[in-house]
Ligand binder design. Sequence first.
Ligand SMILES: Cc1cc2nc3c(=O)[nH]c(=O)nc-3n(C[C@H](O)[C@H](O)[C@H](O)COP(=O)(O)O)c2cc1C
Length: 191
Amino acid sequence: MNIVCLLGSPRPKGNSATIANRFLETAQGMGAKIQTFALNKLNYRGCQACMTCKTKLDRCVLKDELEPVLDAVRDADILVMASPIYYGEVSAQLKAFVDRTFSYLTPDFKSNPIPCRLAPGKKLLMILAQGEPDEKQFADVFPKYEMFFKWYGFKEFRLIRACGVMDVKDAGNRNDLMTLAENTAKQMMEP
Ligand SMILES: Cc1cc2nc3c(=O)[nH]c(=O)nc-3n(C[C@H](O)[C@H](O)[C@H](O)COP(=O)(O)O)c2cc1C
């Protein structure tokens, strides 16, 4: 299994990264090949809506540090997107990546039953950390991404939410979250 993990937090040892790392360690122990990108360290722009990926190229025209990330996701069996909740959404770093996945869509994506250039059957894990302890708050975030990645042909979706985690070490001190990360890896590693 080829796993690509995108860390959307600026905090390298923060809550979403800590959960992601436990997931990745477990999967690696089971033989997965891991590639992790700390998005905050990369220089890239959001989608420019230039439509070159629909008119001239089958990929994004922008030559910046997101190019290898977009390439890696093409080869991934499992995509992990880990992010803090900022103002009720994923971080700007992760959102800019998602906007650039527009380049995966075919020119006739509106009418084509297979609208995506990615190979079908990938799995998505989202890890979302929020300070707010009430699980009902920001429960709308994951379903939106699930809908878009379903459209991209992903076939399995998992979510780990860490609610009520504010300081960097909060998630690492929560055994329930660390165990959930391990168990999720074991389940997702099944073909
Ligand atoms: C700019 C900013 C915006 C935030 N917005 C929210 C929010 O809307 N809701 C919330 O519950 N927590 C919010 N938080 C708290 C973070 O989601 C929380 O600290 C989370 O654990 C950070 O995850 P990380 O450690 O992976 O970076 C915000 C924090 C920052 C710095």
